[in-house]
Design a protein around this ligand. Structure first.
Ligand code: FAD
Ligand code: NAP
Length: 502
């Protein structure tokens, strides 16, 4: 729309080049939000996998104001350098899997795999299988493999609760029921709402020394009494820490498996592999044909260097020696125009998807200002981040995660660094507003922060379709300037691989 000297220049969205690394749910969510809520964006999404999905693609067992990103093709070694205004780190927290560095691996005649990288066509039937680990993956594997394996040994270094289902209903929907939901949005909405309310009420058990927490413990103990016949096995399976200290895992199939004659629990660490199987720390040897490592992930050890202002590295912030600081589950001080999904202290309870949606929404609100307010960069003030982390840490002693259990929620010193210490509603409330006072804003023109006001004409020009102060006949406002939808956007999904792999 042009009107000579009064052609609109106010609050025009500048072209913003955004690079997202990761096309899991986080990458897909931000791509959806960017393409539906913003415009004039040059969006590029890179993933090392040949398709999107991240976790669900992989786990198939039973300081300036621009970012330079270098991608190196895994096979051709070809390097591509992409310059962007904004860098979104959506590489997943449970994506860098840990495969133990076994002594004697070369001599082992059987197969080894990790649950996050289950080989296609792997035959388990009739084999002697060792499963290492008793996190959610280990328990699910043991539960599933009991039917196929000739012999199954679960090696565990520490104990964990195999709990009852949190919900009474864990049903498989029929095609007719799915169709009914599709045809009746109110019915589906009602169902979803009551499900989410159940999840929300389950959060109560995470607060230690509360009646809900004690009730939960009593419930799990009685579940063990009811499900486990052998007192020795019950003693081996029952930890002395709070049930929700490690991530809650439904244990029905695991407990069933543990009581089968061909399934064994060995509470010892596998120190090395032998020609025919594994050897534990206590020196015992166990023959097996297949070693399944359900040994988890490195949540924050980045597989490629991310270098922020003054040469600061993300690995130094989050890695084993770092303080694991981040801000509002989405940003990191020292890294301008950098946004991250699942940094330390972000919502992990129940389903992680509401948290991903909210983080994406929060990022979009900041990007929109970056794009339309003549801002060159946005970065969190270190002091604001520090205070945020201090608050988060001050809550941890009250949470069940701080009990003395081994868990990936903790760093090497035993500090709980992964979860947001609150409900999903709490995270939504905390991120309802962007606390701009917590940010260092760098304007394109440092001497004129109102450059975005332009010539006094917004892009609605003089023939606006949208009149914000006139209500609809139903008494609703037609939205506002801040949430008007974007139009033009570009989305590219390419399968460029990672820079550095294990
Ligand atoms: C076995 C398992 C079961 C789970 N079950 C549940 C569940 O029931 N409910 C739930 O809410 N959550 C569950 N989770 C958590 C799950 O991780 C999240 O639900 C969600 O999938 C996270 O999405 P994401 O996009 O953040 O990360 P991811 O799904 O991990 O995606 C990250 C993407 O980044 C890509 N990537 C990583 N590094 C690079 C690189 N260097 N270069 C290019 N691309 C890169 C990866 O290829 C991947 O596609 C589960 C996790 C696991 C491991
Ligand atoms: N919703 C679902 O159905 C589902 C299913 C699977 C996973 N998940 C998600 O993924 C997360 C991770 O689960 P996960 O089970 O993969 O990992 P995890 O919870 O970190 O468990 C890893 C297990 O491997 C053991 N281990 C680690 N290194 C080992 C080594 N070198 N040798 C022997 N044992 C070793 C650990 O023992 P120690 O405890 O002694 O260190 C632990 O028992 C879950 O918490 C959950 O968020 C969800």
């Amino acid at each position: 729309m042009t009107h000579g000297a009064a052609s609109p220049t106010a609050f025009m969205p500048r072209r913003l080049r955004v690079v997202v690394i990761g096309a899991g749910i986080s990458g897909i969510q931000i791509a959806h939000d960017i393409t539906s809520r913003m415009r004039n964006i040059d969006l590029k999404i890179y993933d090392k996998n040949e398709g999107p999905g991240g976790t669900w693609f992989e786990n198939r067992y039973p300081g300036t104001s621009s970012w330079l990103t270098t991608f190196k093709h895994e096979t051709t070694q070809e390097e591509t350098i992409v310059e962007a205004d904004v860098f979104v780190y959506a590489v997943g927290r449970l994506n860098n899997y840990k495969l133990p560095d076994f002594n004697g691996r070369g001599g082992f005649r059987g197969d080894i795999c990790h649950t996050a990288c289950w080989p296609k066509g792997l035959v388990v039937s009739g084999k002697r299988v060792a499963v290492l680990g008793n996190g959610s993956s280990g328990m699910q594997c043991v539960g599933a493999l009991q039917y196929e394996a000739a012999e199954l040994i679960n090696f565990c270094r520490s104990q964990t609760w195999a709990g009852p289902g949190l919900f009474d209903e864990n049903k498989r929907f029929t095609e007719e029921e799915k169709l009914e939901f599709a045809n009746n949005p109110d019915l589906y909405h009602k169902y979803r709402t009551q499900l989410e309310r159940q999840i929300a009420s389950a959060f109560r058990v995470l607060w230690k020394n509360t009646p809900a927490h004690h009730e939960m413990r009593a419930r799990v103990e009685s579940y063990y009494d009811h499900k486990i016949q052998d007192p020795n096995l019950r003693r081996m399976l029952q930890p002395d820490f709070a049930p929700a200290c490690r991530r809650w895992t439904i244990g029905d199939s695991y407990i069933e498996a543990m009581q089968q004659p061909h399934v064994h629990l060995v509470q010892d660490h596998v120190a090395s592999l032998t020609e025919n199987g594994v050897r534990t720390c206590s020196g015992e040897e166990y023959d097996c044909d297949l070693v399944v490592c359900a040994t988890g992930f490195e949540p924050y050890a980045s597989r490629f260097p991310v270098i922020g202002r003054d040469g600061i590295s993300l690995n130094d912030c989050w890695g084993p020696q770092g303080d694991c600081e981040s801000y509002m589950a989405s940003m990191v001080a020292g890294f301008p125009n950098f946004f991250a999904f699942h940094p330390p202290h972000c919502p992990v309870n129940g389903s992680v998807i509401p948290g991903i949606e909210r983080t994406s929404d929060y990022i979009i609100r900041i990007l929109t200002r970056l794009q339309t307010d003549c801002l060159r960069s946005v970065s969190v003030k270190p002091e604001a981040q520090h205070q945020f982390v201090r608050w988060a840490q001050s809550r941890m002693a009250h949470m069940s995660w701080s009990d003395p259990c081994s868990s990936w929620y903790k760093n090497k010193e035993g500090r709980v660094v992964v979860p947001w210490p609150g409900t999903n509603h709490h995270y939504y409330a905390a991120t309802e507003i962007v606390r701009w006072e917590d940010f260092d804003l760098r304007f394109e023109d440092p001497t004129q922060k109102y450059a975005s006001f332009g010539n006094g004409v917004t892009e609605d020009g003089f023939a606006p379709e949208f009149i914000p102060w006139v209500l609809t006949p139903q008494g609703q406002q037609r939205g506002n300037f801040a949430n008007r939808r974007g139009f033009e956007s570009r989305q590219v999904l390419v399968d460029l691989p990672i820079l550095y792999d294990r």
